[in-house]
Design a protein around this ligand. Structure first.
Ligand code: XMP
Length: 326
């Protein structure tokens, strides 16, 4: 049984040198645990699974089989980045599953947030299980469990969604970053050469854009949400706000409002900007964003995103408002 308690004298990994030492030690440990067997990993492209993937590629190369499931609710460019970093640059053994239609078909007409979450989580496990069953000789399952996951739950990383695999797929777990805190995982990620945009990525919910395209998801509103979110991220990047704001995203409600475009009446969707600062996501405050940045984002969304005629900035702190809208 792997050690699940962080030793009191374990140094905080906060320098490149300490990260290198950690990597060297984990490479040795993983090789000893795995031998010449194969390891499966659900690679979402989030910080934790990406760092685990890079670490395992270093340790065991092609014995690692990564599965990236695109549920169709990823942000713009995210699946492409996973493919370019891991398949093209790191030469990983990577299976890419575009399951967009499966997810969107199941979600059609479903407007209850918790039901949406259940469908997305359940289908994710199904797709992953199908891929796992196609493979032969897998004995291990790698997971991006980090120390707060162990402290806060029973060690099962809920948002990685592979905790619910059927019992006959009883892989032994490989969890090389299980004793690290998030900031340490990022330092290790940098030392492994992962791109800044991947390592410094803000939290992104497992159900992805699915809980930001409010109510029953439609392809056109989802497309508008994805474009608006990409503009927001780009402008936050240009304005140097990425490291100053903890989480920021857009939301598209399932209602329309009146506008005027080219002298004609429009009846289109609003886009809501949500930006928050927090320490633990239990409470959150809304930062005072520079007006020119908000104005640029508004102008660009209105000019570039079809079907949108209004942009709003959500000023609600948590409590009462949760960070996500659903
Ligand atoms: P709320 O909306 O509860 O969000 O204030 C707190 C933090 O949790 C994230 N969040 C989720 N993460 N699956 C996840 O993996 C979910 O279903 C989910 N819902 C909310 C949210 O983005 C914020 O960082």
């Amino acid at each position: 049984m792997a050690n699940m308690v962080r030793p009191a004298d374990m140094a905080r990994i906060d320098t490149p040198a300490l990260a290198e030492a950690f990597i060297a030690e984990q490479v040795k440990e993983v090789r000893a645990q795995v031998g010449d067997k194969k390891v499966l990993l659900a690679l979402s492209g989030g910080v934790d699974s990406s760092v685990v993937a890079a670490l395992l590629i270093k340790a065991i190369g092609k014995q690692l089989v990564c599965v990236h499931v695109n549920h169709g609710l990823m942000r713009k460019g995210e699946s492409e980045q996973v493919l370019s970093v891991f398949r093209d640059q790191m030469d990983a053994n990577l299976i890419y599953v575009d399951a967009t239609d499966r997810f969107l078909d199941l979600l059609a007409g479903v407007d209850d947030p918790e039901r949406k979450r259940k469908i997305i989580g359940g289908e994710f496990i199904k797709v992953f299980e199908e891929e796992a069953r196609k493979l032969e000789g897998i004995q291990f399952l790698a997971q991006g469990t980090i120390y707060p996951d162990i402290l806060e739950s029973d060690g099962v990383k809920a948002h990685h969604n592979v905790g619910g695999l059927p019992e006959d797929l009883d892989f032994e777990l490989v969890e090389p970053v299980r004793l690290l805190f998030k900031d340490e995982v990022r330092v290790v990620g940098h030392a492994l050469g992962l791109p800044e945009t991947m390592v410094e990525r803000q939290p992104f919910p497992g159900p992805g854009l699915g809980v930001r395209c409010l109510g029953a998801i439609t392809q056109d509103r989802l497309a508008a949400l994805r474009e608006a979110d990409a503009i927001l991220r780009e402008e936050f990047g240009k304005a140097g706000l990425v490291k100053q704001v903890w989480q920021f995203f857009t939301v598209v409600p399932d209602m329309r409002s009146t506008g005027v475009r080219s002298g004609k009446r429009a009846f289109d969707w609003p886009v809501i900007i949500r930006a928050v600062n927090t320490v633990d996501a239990m409470t959150a405050t809304v930062p005072e964003l520079p007006w020119p940045v908000l104005k640029t984002i508004t102008d660009r969304i209105l000019a570039e995103v079809p079907g949108v005629c209004r942009v709003l900035y959500d000023l609600t702190p948590k409590p009462i408002g949760t960070i996500e809208w659903e």
